[in-house]
Structure formats: C-alpha cells, structure tokens
Ligand binder design. Structure first.
Ligand SMILES: [Zn+2]
Length: 362
C-alpha cells in the first residue's frame, strides 16, 4: 500500500491537493489532507504520448539519413527503407516501450499501418494504447475487398480508422472514412511547407515524388483544396497532428471547438528544421497535447524531451504538465475509469530547469 500526499495529485480530471492511499486494487483520495510521504511537483497516472508510430521503431538506425531533408524526401525514403531490418522490428518496439515505461509514459496514441504491434501490446498490459488504423491512397477506386480489409484490421486492433493527411487521400477515401462516423480521428496536418506548396502550386516537390512513385497524374489533379476537405463534422473529435503551418481560418468552427492540437516539436526540427510557433502554443495551450512521432523522424521518443523543449518558451510549468497529462487524456478520450484501471503512478517534478520523472508504480 502507498500513502502519498502533495499539492498536485491527479484525481477526477484535475490536479488537487490531498492524500492518495493506493493498493493494488483500489485508490482513495482525501482532498486537502496532507498525510504520508510528501511529493513536490505532480503525481499522475502517467504521461501521454499522443502521437507515435511504434511499428517504425526498427528504422532508428537510419533516421540520420532524413535529418533536415523535408517531407518529399521523407516520403520517397520511407517507401524504400520500410522493410529493412524487419528481423529487429519486434525487439526495437519492445525497447521503445521499455523507454516509455522508464520515463512514465503509459498512455500511447499509436498510428498503425500493420498488425505487427498487436501481440506486443497484448503482452504489455501496463500501457494503454489508443490505436489508429491509418489509411491513405490517391487512387479514387477503392475495391470492396480493400475496404473490408481496412475495417477488419481496425477491428482486430480495436483501432479508429483515420485518414493520413490531406495530400495523401483521394476524395472517395475521405468520404468513405467520414461515413463511418468515427468517434476519433488522428490526422497529420500541415507538417511542412511542401504540403502547402502542393495545394497552392501546379508543380511542387511533393507532386514530383508522387509521379516518381508511379501515381498517375490524373489522381494528383483531383487534389482537394487544403485541409477543410479532410475534416468532417461527422467525426466527433479530431487530434490534429503537427499544425506547423496551420491556417485556423480553414478549420470549421465546430471542429475547432472539440479538436486537440498534438505538437511534435523535436521531430519537426529534426526533419524540417522548423516547428510550431511559440505564439500558437501560447494561444491554444488548453488544447495542446504532446507527441514524438516515430523513430523514422526523431532520434528519441521522449515526452520529457518534448516538455523540456517547451520550458524556454516561457510557458509555466503547470501548463506544460497539463499538455503532457490531462490534455493528452482528453485528446485520446481516456476516461477516469481507464486511468484508474491502469495501476500506474508517476511522480513528475522539475529540477534545475528540467522536467524529470520517477515511476512510483507501473
Ligand atoms: Zn506521424
């Protein structure tokens, strides 16, 4: 049994002052009472990585090849390298999870293009995974077989079907996904300047890459005008990922009200040498959660790193902690029932201008 107290203990959707008594099967909270071991900082059920791609963990050794190269290069590169080092894929995914556990990141929004992570997730019950079955394709023809396999795979992974990004999906695919009336979608949005150019200009680096990959030019001509096409009011909530070049005027009002912005600054800086503006972060701090993206575009998948990146931007510590915890729980639709079902407890504190964690149980 643990008896701990502090000024900021997560209980019922907020951080509160009080004492938490926790055993394997139950947790009780006494507000305003301070008894037991006192912890400075914050106690929470775990940090949230709201956006990663666990299944790309085996590309860790190759990520240096894309440093600063941008989106068009990345898209072509990943087609070529995706199947390298597949024999180490399982063990690299395990290593990623061990690192998450060490820093107390127990809630993961994971983008899936294959079923490879399923047995690993089943065997790692300390984590809660919010899976997204990601779809893309510029071919307007989607056969019934292809569509049923999308639905089957999503069901097998207990995942929400999600569109990849505005530049990679045909109108037909977008409409088919919207017709599912999804509860939650996680979509890559305006990660790079190249995406903006793709929609604004006839010739662009992204269009070049698509043609080089053998995508017929008539599919590219059908491109939709920017992001609003991919956002539907039929979807209850969105996690918009990256948002580096977002034009908020193009986000429908109803969608803006319920969406969360997942930012991945260290990945953006690694791949594009550019990331989200401090002004955006300050303006929408209550809607921001944190992600790392994958080992194909980042050297470390660490939410503590993302938090430490934010310190010099003059946010206060509480605001950064909220982005790594409560905003992430809300973005991934994680209820208190789930938070308490996962028996993790993480002590998060700040020392010498850096966030640190200590896992108390989990
Ligand atoms: Zn991503």
């Amino acid at each position: 049994m643990l008896k701990i107290c502090g000024n900021n203990i997560y209980w019922k959707r907020k951080f509160q002052k009080g004492t938490l008594i926790k055993s394997d099967n139950s947790a009780e909270f006494y507000p305003d009472v301070l008894e037991g071991d006192f912890y400075d900082g914050w106690i929470c059920p775990g940090l949230v990585n709201a956006h990663c791609h666990l299944e790309l963990s085996h590309l860790k050794k190759l990520a240096y090849e894309v440093k600063g190269k941008g989106m068009a290069f990345f898209i072509e590169w990943i087609q070529n390298v995706r199947n390298q080092f597949l024999d180490s894929q399982n063990s690299e995914i395990q290593h990623t999870l061990i690192d998450f556990q060490k820093e107390g990141t127990f809630f993961i929004g994971d983008i899936c293009n294959s079923l490879i992570t399923k047995p690993i997730k089943d065997a790692n019950q300390k984590f809660y995974f919010r899976n997204f079955w990601e779809v893309f394709g510029l071919n307007p023809e989607i056969s019934d077989d292809k569509w049923s396999s999308i639905l089957e795979n999503a069901k097998y992974l207990n995942a929400f079907v999600s569109l990849h990004a505005p530049y990679s999906c045909s109108k037909n695919l977008i409409e088919k996904v919207h017709d599912l009336y999804p509860t939650l979608q996680s979509i890559h949005l305006t990660e790079s300047q190249e995406e903006i150019e793709y929609f604004a200009e006839e010739y662009s680096k992204l269009a070049d890459v698509f043609l080089k990959m053998g995508i017929p030019s008539e599919f590219l001509n059908q491109k939709l005008p920017y992001s609003e096409a991919i956002l539907s009011e039929k979807t209850q909530q969105y996690i918009l990922v990256h948002n580096v070049f977002i034009d908020l005027l193009k986000i429908p009002k109803k969608i803006f009200e319920t969406c969360y912005f997942c930012i991945c600054p260290t990945s953006n800086l690694f791949l594009h040498n550019q990331t989200i503006s401090p002004e955006f972060i300050h303006s929408f701090k209550d809607k921001i959660c944190l992600g790392t993206d994958s080992y194909a575009s980042n050297l470390e998948l660490s939410i503590i790193n993302e938090m430490n990146y934010l310190i010099p931007l003059k946010l206060n510590n509480e605001e950064i902690v909220m982005m790594a915890t409560i905003n992430g729980y809300k973005a991934l639709l994680i209820s208190d029932f789930i938070l308490h079902k996962y028996q993790n407890l993480v002590h998060l504190y700040e020392k010498n201008q850096k966030f640190q964690t200590q896992v108390l149980c989990g």
